[in-house]
Design a protein around this ligand. Structure first.
Ligand SMILES: Cc1cc2nc3c(=O)[nH]c(=O)nc-3n(C[C@H](O)[C@H](O)[C@H](O)COP(=O)(O)OP(=O)(O)OC[C@H]3O[C@@H](n4cnc5c(N)ncnc54)[C@H](O)[C@@H]3O)c2cc1C
Length: 403
């Protein structure tokens, strides 16, 4: 079906939201170009993440869930432990596919991005790398013009014109800064994240399981991939939002913050050839508006979540599917954007808040705080598990009309 008001869409950002939205728009016959600031697709880039059942169900609708899962690994469960290595909770994921229609898939971020981008191109989405959005011209009410720092299109240096422009450009979104200049800046949560990949046969991990340790000062998560590799991440408190951390001391810093925690954590960190990060974790709890004229934000650009709920990528996928449905069914782009924001806001803001709460127990500042935290953890984990069930159970019906 040809979309009525939108023939040509400009998507800024080829991370996760961009290619997913692009594939759904191609179904509607829309001409789609993604402008991505990076010079090229780099499959080895970044750490890893979990695509939750609700995100996998979007990929099922696109017919690419199997291809994505083949580049990652199914997670069988999450096990939570305290600093003494005692088990304090467990979430079995082996029934997830039966209960939610899809399982939780752990995948390297670069591999996920490559799978989505390659499939988008195969379906007719054009991706132009090395194109960083600089500015947006909204002076023509019937179109929108994007200006780029470098490069150009069709001889017109550095410009692209479309019926709509969708900002899929992540939590530091330039689209947001240009189209919604009054939007609040992402807030720093006081936690940083490191990660890595290691071979460490002595670590007591079961293949397919994610072990999460609430340590004495910091948090450590480790997933045992089927080939025996350990995929890990670490969260600790860092009061400063800016400033460089000396690269030479990153590993020592992580090791120091896990002194007194189960010894295998230090073994894994020492066995890691390259420590990745740090990422300073930001979120956007709420924004007054997600759209202006023919411009709309999706994914982290609209509602960045910290990784503590494991939902950022999955929400970006849901956004892509739902926005395409809204564009299909509304008479005008602005009506589609208003419907999208109305339908999405309650869900995504609840998950961003839940992710913030999940993170709040990860770094503690001393034995008293640790003791209090550990008393509250079992209840806290039960509440978190219930919130996770609600997030997983969400489904979008592509065929249903948006009212
Ligand atoms: C350490 C860490 C761990 C995480 N773990 C998880 C997890 O386990 N599960 C989960 O679901 N989520 C996780 N997330 C969150 C997840 O990565 C994001 O929510 C998700 O990537 C958002 O997708 P997006 O497409 O909105 O933005 P992004 O994936 O950030 O993509 C934005 C793209 O826009 C491009 N871009 C930026 N500016 C411009 C510009 N001016 N012009 C053109 N292009 C531009 C960028 O280069 C990038 O490719 C994690 C995040 C971090 C930092």
């Amino acid at each position: 079906m040809k979309q009525r008001g939108v023939r040509r869409a400009i998507l800024i950002g080829g991370g996760i939201a961009g290619p997913v939205l692009g594939m759904f728009l191609r179904r509607l016959g829309v001409e789609v170009t993604i402008y991505e600031a990076r010079e090229a697709l780099v499959e080895s880039e970044g750490a890893f993440l979990g695509v939750a059942p609700n995100g996998m169900n979007v990929l099922v609708e696109l017919g690419i869930a199997g291809a994505v899962q083949a580049r990652g690994a199914l997670c069988e469960g999450l096990r939570f432990e305290n600093a003494r290595g005692r088990r304090i909770g467990e979430i079995d994921q082996r029934e997830a596919a039966r209960r939610f229609g899809a399982g939780l898939v752990m995948i390297r971020r670069g591999a996920l991005q490559a799978a989505l981008a390659e499939e988008a191109v195969r379906r007719g989405v054009e991706i132009r790398y090395g194109m960083r959005l600089a500015d947006i011209d909204r002076s023509d009410p019937r179109a929108v013009v994007a200006r780029f720092d470098e490069g150009g299109e069709g001889g017109e240096a550095g410009e692209a014109r479309g019926d709509v422009l969708i900002g899929c450009d992540g939590f530091r979104s330039r689209t947001r800064a240009r189209a919604l200049p009054d939007a609040p800046a992402p807030g720093y949560t006081g936690l940083i994240d490191f990660g890595g990949f290691a071979r460490c046969p002595s670590a007591p991990l079961s293949p397919g399981w994610n072990v999460m340790v609430f340590g004495r000062r910091a948090f450590f998560g480790a997933f045992a991939a089927p080939d025996g590799e350990v995929w890990w991440f670490h969260n600790s408190g860092e009061p400063e939002a800016g400033g460089a951390l000396a690269p030479g001391s990153l590993r020592e810093r992580i090791l120091a913050s896990h002194e007194g925690d189960p010894g295998w954590i230090a073994d894994v960190v020492r066995a890691t050839p390259e420590v990745l990060g740090p990422w300073r974790l930001h979120d956007i709890l709420t924004m007054p508006r997600w759209h202006a004229g023919r411009v709309c934000l999706i994914g982290d650009a609209a509602h960045a979540a910290t990784p503590h709920a494991g939902q950022g990528a999955s929400l970006a996928m849901e956004d892509g599917m739902l926005l395409a449905r809204c564009l299909r069914d509304a008479a005008e782009p602005e009506q589609a954007f208003a419907a999208f924001e109305r339908l999405r806001r309650p869900r995504v803001e609840a998950i961003v808040r839940q992710a913030r709460r999940n993170g709040s127990r990860k770094a503690v500042a001393g034995p008293v705080a640790e003791w209090l935290r550990d008393r509250a953890l079992p209840l806290f984990l039960r509440i978190g598990a219930a919130a996770q069930e609600r997030a997983y159970a969400y489904r979008i019906d592509w065929e249903a009309r948006v009212a």
